[in-house]
Design a protein around this ligand. Structure first.
Ligand SMILES: [Zn+2]
Length: 303
């Protein structure tokens, strides 16, 4: 793994590490530009009309006294991973059955439960296909990363180059192969044993990216704070991040990026030919330190 090697230094025309085709976290490798997919059970709330229908089915149960309906504050989420105020968790069917048994000592018949189950599976979409990919090439068109107007593609481009040099990149959540739902950045931390996810944009919360990586790999994740040792990356939300890795590396609350030798190479300049913003270490030597302009290695490439 060559994650510590710096790329795009002034002797190099390689703007990102083309030789690295995957990232390994705690023994698990993620290939770049491969679409990962899995089925995520939806945690959606049953709509009111289905709730009424379920109450009607329960009301005709022969053993029921009519007043034994589900309480108004019953939680109608399809699946609960934590206990609700009635001390129940798990699937809705299981909780309906538990509720009547626990509070009314009534066993709802299997026939009624299966009628409710059939209704729910007919009316509710229970799974969503989640697709995502990773890349370490942050030189792509800004729109590839969902939010092309991010300062990371303009005035704060230096942070993006630093991120690439630190072995970082992007995780994209995908609608399909051509369009992202959102993205976040990742950067290796803790001697490259874990990655920190940060600066999400789009339709996913930051923890969703942690969940995606975890779902296909079995790695764990936790919320933590991320500090840029080089003070050159713009990290949103006061460094709020998710760390993905093996449980034994997730015991800290604070995580730090690796230090680079010359952090002043990571300041933003614009290329006088293509007008894009680059870090100083992506320019030919004739840059102007006062006006912060120069020739990027792409435009000034000689061979
Ligand atoms: Zn250029």
């Amino acid at each position: 793994m060559a994650q510590n090697k710096l790329y795009g230094t002034k002797d190099s025309l390689t703007l990102w590490n083309k030789d690295t085709t995957s990232i390994t976290i705690g023994g698990v490798s993620f290939e770049f530009d491969k679409v990962y997919e899995y089925n995520r059970p939806d945690n959606q709330i049953v709509p009111d009309e289905i709730v009424s229908e379920i109450n009607r089915i329960l009301a005709i149960e022969p053993d029921f006294i009519t007043s034994y309906t589900l309480p108004d504050d019953f939680n109608w989420e399809w699946n609960l991973t934590k206990k609700d105020s009635y001390g129940m968790q798990g699937s809705l069917i299981k909780r309906i059955s538990s509720y009547f048994f626990k509070y009314h000592k009534i066993k709802v018949s299997a026939e009624i439960l299966s009628r409710i189950g059939n209704l729910l599976s007919k009316e509710l979409k229970t799974e969503t296909v989640v697709s995502f990919d990773l890349t370490n090439n942050l030189e792509r068109n800004p729109d590839y990363f969902y939010y092309g107007n991010s300062c990371w593609f303009n005035a704060a481009s230096n942070g993006r180059y630093l991120l690439m040099d630190l072995g970082g990149g992007a995780v994209r959540s995908l609608y399909d192969l051509s369009y992202p739902r959102g993205r976040c950045w990742y950067v290796p931390v803790k001697d490259n044993k874990c990655i920190a996810l940060f600066n999400e944009y789009g339709n996913e919360a930051l923890f969703s990216y942690a969940r995606m990586l975890s779902a296909v790999s079995g790695l764990s994740y936790r919320r933590a704070n991320l500090y840029d040792t080089n003070k050159s990356m713009y990290i949103n939300r006061n460094g709020n991040c998710y760390i993905v890795g093996e449980p034994e590396h997730l015991t800290d609350t604070d995580y730090y990026t690796s230090a680079v030798e010359d952090k002043y190479s990571y300041s933003s300049y614009s290329c006088e030919y293509c007008n894009r913003c680059f870090s100083r270490n992506r320019l030919k030597d004739n840059y102007d330190i006062n006006y912060r302009i120069g020739t990027c290695l792409n435009c000034g490439k000689v061979d």
